[in-house]
Design a protein around this ligand. Structure first.
Ligand SMILES: NC(=O)c1ccc[n+]([C@@H]2O[C@H](COP(=O)([O-])OP(=O)(O)OC[C@H]3O[C@@H](n4cnc5c(N)ncnc54)[C@H](O)[C@@H]3O)[C@@H](O)[C@H]2O)c1
Length: 223
């Protein structure tokens, strides 16, 4: 256990024993992103964790860190927009512990665009595809396994940007986060009768590699 994880109250340490969770966007390398933090915390509570990310080396690094701390983890690299990647994430969880009981959709990207001054190329479609369609791909891949496990939990990572005006340029990001909340509510309605919960955790700003990169771009737009 790392120093941070060992601070968990003993009662929490085995709370998720026997559970197996896919966390997308868990491969943040330099600095700790939300996905890595979620994956490590789930593992510290006893869950087997599949760390998914676009970057293979980073996903493998986080999974290795969990194993070094005594946890159970595997890494799957690929783009959440690809249904084959979504299927591989679920299969890896089943391979780890025989079943899937949780999915955390943490992948999210920014991309500045606006009504009056859209850049060329415009990142609108890419942001919607990654943040919304990517989450749907993972939910669709995970749902049969969650139902087969007798129930489970889906969490999507939302943003206050999807609830109120955030900042200039956040048109696509804010729209995607509002859509993600709607998607999650619909998933909860459809899968609830199968004992699968779905919730969006709406977070405010936390310092992460994504936020650090945005701050650097604001400080030096030419960089
Ligand atoms: N940091 C904040 O202040 C903040 C605030 C509100 C919401 N959020 C949300 O938290 C989530 C994580 O953000 P973060 O700040 O930790 O960012 P981050 O950039 O550190 O993490 C995102 C991860 O997703 C991965 N990724 C990106 N596109 C992918 C794709 N197509 N397929 C697979 N993996 C992909 C990246 O490689 C990265 O590891 C996002 O959904 C973000 O919108 C962050």
């Amino acid at each position: 256990m790392s120093d941070d994880d060992s601070r968990l109250r003993p009662a929490l340490r085995d709370r998720l024993a026997g559970h197996s969770v896919v966390v997308t966007g868990a491969g943040t390398g330099e600095g700790v992103g939300n996905g890595q933090a979620i994956g490590r915390l789930l593992a510290a509570q006893g869950a087997a964790v599949v760390c998914g990310d676009l970057h293979r080396d980073r996903a493998e690094q986080v999974a290795a860190g969990i194993r070094d701390d005594g946890g159970t983890a595997a890494a799957v690299a690929g783009d959440v927009r690809d249904p084959e990647v979504a299927a591989a994430l679920v299969q890896a969880a089943v391979d780890l512990s025989g079943r899937l009981t949780g999915l955390v959709c943490t992948v999210g990207i920014g991309g500045a665009t606006s009504v009056l001054h859209p850049p060329d190329p415009d990142p609108w479609q890419q942001v919607l595809d990654v943040n919304v369609t990517g989450a749907l791909r993972c939910v669709r891949a995970a749902a049969p396994a969650l139902v087969a496990a007798g129930g489970g939990s889906i969490v999507t990572v939302g943003s206050t940007a999807g609830m109120r005006y955030y900042q200039p340029g956040a048109l696509a990001y804010a729209t995607s986060k509002a859509a993600l909340t709607g998607l999650t509510t619909s998933v909860a309605g459809e899968l609830g009768p199968h004992r699968v919960r779905a919730n969006t955790v709406v977070i405010g700003q936390v310092w992460s590699p994504m936020v650090a990169a945005a701050a650097a771009r604001q400080a030096d737009p030419a960089a």
